[in-house]
Design a binder for this molecule. Sequence first.
Ligand SMILES: Cc1cc2nc3c(=O)[nH]c(=O)nc-3n(C[C@H](O)[C@H](O)[C@H](O)COP(=O)(O)OP(=O)(O)OC[C@H]3O[C@@H](n4cnc5c(N)ncnc54)[C@H](O)[C@@H]3O)c2cc1C
Length: 347
Amino acid sequence: MKTTHPLSTISNFPKPPITKARNKQSTAYYKITTRTSPIDVLIIGAGPAGLSTALGLARLQIKCIVFSSNVFRNQESKHMHGVPTWEHRDLVEYRAAAREDVVKNYGSGGGEGSEGADSKTLFRAVDERGAEWWGWKIVLAVGVRDVMLEMEGYEECWVKGIFHCLFCHGYEERGGASAGVFAIDDCAPRHSATHLARFVLRLADNATIYTNGNELVSQGIRDMLATAGAATSSKNNIFIEERKIAKLVKLPNGAQVEVWLVDGTRKIEAFVAHKPKGMLNGTFVEQMGLQTMPQGVIKLGVPFNETSVSGVFAAGDCGTAVQASATALSMGAMTAAGAASSICAED
Ligand SMILES: Cc1cc2nc3c(=O)[nH]c(=O)nc-3n(C[C@H](O)[C@H](O)[C@H](O)COP(=O)(O)OP(=O)(O)OC[C@H]3O[C@@H](n4cnc5c(N)ncnc54)[C@H](O)[C@@H]3O)c2cc1C
């Protein structure tokens, strides 16, 4: 495995005639990824999804190159949670260790790829310097980026006081009198907002759901909470704040966020739970003509994560709405199995 530069484009081509076997002596992949001697798999992305795919492929001696622009979704965080062996540990070190595991155990030099004898297509990727990389299969593990809400102070509070997932973050801030939930965008549906608020109640005494002046959203959540039993914490400890939010201020204490409402009222929350909208990284979906799901992620076949274009696979955040590192790792493993199966069938 060799990690290399960001990619700008990917395109597919009819399979060329293979004139000779690959150069077995090559020590650098760029020497062997020509149109007539492509590598087995081009993996775009070196987060948990891409690295897990590389690991799976390496176990069957399937050659891959991993590309990375070195921009990772969780890069503003200091610690990772929910990944066994790496609890509350540095995520940069995690990625380095995951990469090292593959390189140390399975090598980083060149080698013989597959012939891809029955493969219909070959893929060409072009990196930011214009260099071409050729492969029989593509794995997109490009992740997503979180789009900040247009609300004063939101970006400053993001990660430090606004948590997108309460399995990932929140436990460290437990015990507060109140924590907030923003019922905005993807978190506005009443099921999402109340589900988040109930999780909040595991970490704070009370939960305030902010509906930001959206009467319809407030009504939906009110209706839902009305069905809760009289003695439940859903009934007694979840509050709805219907006024519009004017701005957010990150306070120095822990993850505390001060929520300013339009009438000048302020409320301090131990933290706020809100998942902003996500956007796929890159323009590979358009370039490859891939189908997407209503949630905006790439549409994948089950269980091997092949996209709507044969030979193109996807793993991790770009292919699921359940966007967490453990999911990305598991998807990478299945994607490796899918790509390997496809390569072995053509070999
Ligand atoms: C603030 C925050 C904290 C989080 N904390 C946790 C946590 O504690 N536990 C947890 O399980 N999950 C956590 N997550 C979610 C987790 O970060 C993602 O689910 C996980 O990173 C997804 O892995 P991935 O490999 O799909 O994408 P990423 O890790 O985002 O990796 C994407 C890769 O694609 C590359 N890439 C993108 N475009 C290109 C291109 N054009 N050319 C080349 N390379 C490209 C990037 O450089 C990168 O290598 C957190 C998310 C956020 C936002």
